[in-house]
Design a binder for this molecule. Sequence first.
Ligand SMILES: *Cc1c(COP(=O)(O)O)cnc(C)c1O
Length: 390
Amino acid sequence: MKKDTRLIHAGRSKNYTGNVVNPPVVRASTIVFDTFAELKHATQQRGNRVPFYGRRGTETHFALQEAICELEGGSGCALYPCGAAAVSGALLAFLKSGDHLLMVDSAYEPTRALCDKLLAGLGIETTYYDPQIGAAVAGLIKPNTRVIFLESPGSLTFEMQDIPAITAVARQHNIVTILDNTWASPILCRPFELGVDVSVQSATKYIVGHSDVMLGTASANEQHWPQLREHSYLMGYCASADDAYTALRGLRTLSVRLKQHEQSALKVANWLAQRPEVASVLHPALPSHPGYSIFQRDFSGSNGLFSFVLKQGSQQQVEAFIEGMAHFKMGFSWGGYESLITATMKVQNLRTATTWPYSGPLIRLHIGLEDVEDLLADLEAAFSRFNQAG
Ligand SMILES: *Cc1c(COP(=O)(O)O)cnc(C)c1O
């Protein structure tokens, strides 16, 4: 089955949908049983998508979990109230006091904050590593290193990681690898084929796709699923049936949406690369990107999210650039149908293991589903305001 066809079928087992196209929204706390035999069966099978108690999920959740597994290639999938909970849930499933974690230096900012604040307080030590380190990550491994965490590309600065090189080293040392796979969504990268043990998604982004639900997923391979599932259950992580339903609905159009996001984003990226104000466009699907060959090897496409760095620009100029925009709204998150823009004045403040090579401000764009000509006109006007404010 080809990828787009798999996306249409994923999770739509008759066990979950009955005779309608989509699985119904099954909201539940208590599941009731008529006989002891039924109760016993449900108790034994409660980890295997058999209804047992609401926190363990209903048919709606099972359909989404199964769909994510089919798309990403994992053995099991846990749901979380948001992507940040999936990141913390995956990390805490495999780390305990006294352990050492290798965290990519380009990680999503709240992931860094989790390591520096919460994990440090639990006695879990973090070493940040260069996203482009590849197999040399072996040199950072300590006897107590239990997890290597990856995010590729970095969702602000877009460095590509050599995932198979890092997972091969991790396997040799019995270290668990966790990948924040949100940028790829479940369809642009097959993390388990690259040797990853646990793949995390902020479903809030492209899976839901309409900026109206917070949801997270973590899937694991066969070896690591029992521990992830058990930990997730003990921590009481769960998501609402309504949100699971909305995510499933988003999933069906993921591929067509991504194709449009990708096409428009590449057009904008190439346009920006010609602008005299721009020092660099950070988009891994551009042949000029240092991670382009890895991108070509491991990913089947790109999306609407990328950044560019200005040669220079004051706070005032950046404000002039962003504040008058007609279509790009200023705000966090991404993956919805709308275009978004944010600015980071000093990327180096978010780095400890690497030196950020640019001095100008970084602007991150999410290219939405508007007509790309309108977006280009919006950016053209933004550069005029930027230059006038200089
Ligand atoms: C948004 C995001 C998260 C966190 O997801 P939420 O659903 O907002 O909690 C984690 N990782 C990456 C790469 C993200 O972009």
